[in-house]
Design a protein around this ligand. Structure first.
Ligand SMILES: [Zn+2]
Length: 207
């Protein structure tokens, strides 16, 4: 006869696959793998409050990051500037539909849905009753986590600036500042969100 294990407290070590029954941890405590000392879980303080604030800030920053000019170029007596949105429109007008579609999906749509998912999830857990559809939202967040690629777009801007700085006068637009802040929010979201805590909250829906 096999004894049933308490699956809600089990954690698999990502390094050596050891299955560990996690003890209840307080803040500032960490659960380590008994075989390789890898950190299995470290509770995050005020995870709902921090994630709620950061995702809300990220959603607000999405608008200027999308529509404000990223950079301006003085060349041949002319000044041109472009935002993330106008870049997509220009790509589509030039016939690069697939690239325009990819930039829209990975630099705007996925980060926006990811931020909204984190915002809605933490809002409901903080202020309203826990509803079954929140599980779908959190699964979507996990899925989108790997496809938010605004940092790749930002890297492309940095490379463009480096290449263009010798042949034209470059003016940095306010859109760049918004994208940098948006990237910071996106990174901090990954740091502040305590996945185990959220799953524990969501599991109570089915109890
Ligand atoms: Zn291990």
């Amino acid at each position: 006869m096999t004894a049933s294990l308490p699956t809600d407290t089990l954690a698999a070590c990502q390094r050596c696959d050891t299955l560990v029954n996690l003890p209840k941890l307080s803040n500032h405590q960490k659960a380590l793998c008994p075989c390789c000392n890898t950190v299995l879980h470290s509770p995050k303080k005020h995870t709902l409050d921090k994630t709620f604030a950061i995702s809300f800030a990220g959603l607000l920053l999405l608008i200027p990051a999308t529509v404000m000019p990223l950079m301006g170029i003085y060349a041949a007596g002319q000044y041109n500037q472009a935002s993330l949105f106008t870049c997509i429109v220009l790509l589509a007008n030039e016939g690069f539909y697939f690239i325009a579609f990819c930039v829209f999906i990975f630099a705007i749509a996925v980060p926006a849905v990811r931020l909204f998912t984190a915002f809605y999830l933490t809002f409901c857990l903080k202020y309203t009753s826990k509803k079954p559809h929140l599980i779908v939202f959190f699964r979507s967040y996990h899925l989108l986590n790997n496809w938010a690629m605004i940092h790749v777009f930002f890297l492309g801007i940095i490379v463009s600036l480096y290449k263009l700085v010798d042949i034209a006068d470059i003016a940095i637009g306010t859109g760049i500042t918004s994208i940098i802040l948006l990237l910071m929010c996106s990174t901090m979201l990954s740091i502040t969100l305590d996945h185990r805590f959220i799953w524990q909250q969501l599991e109570q829906i089915n109890d």
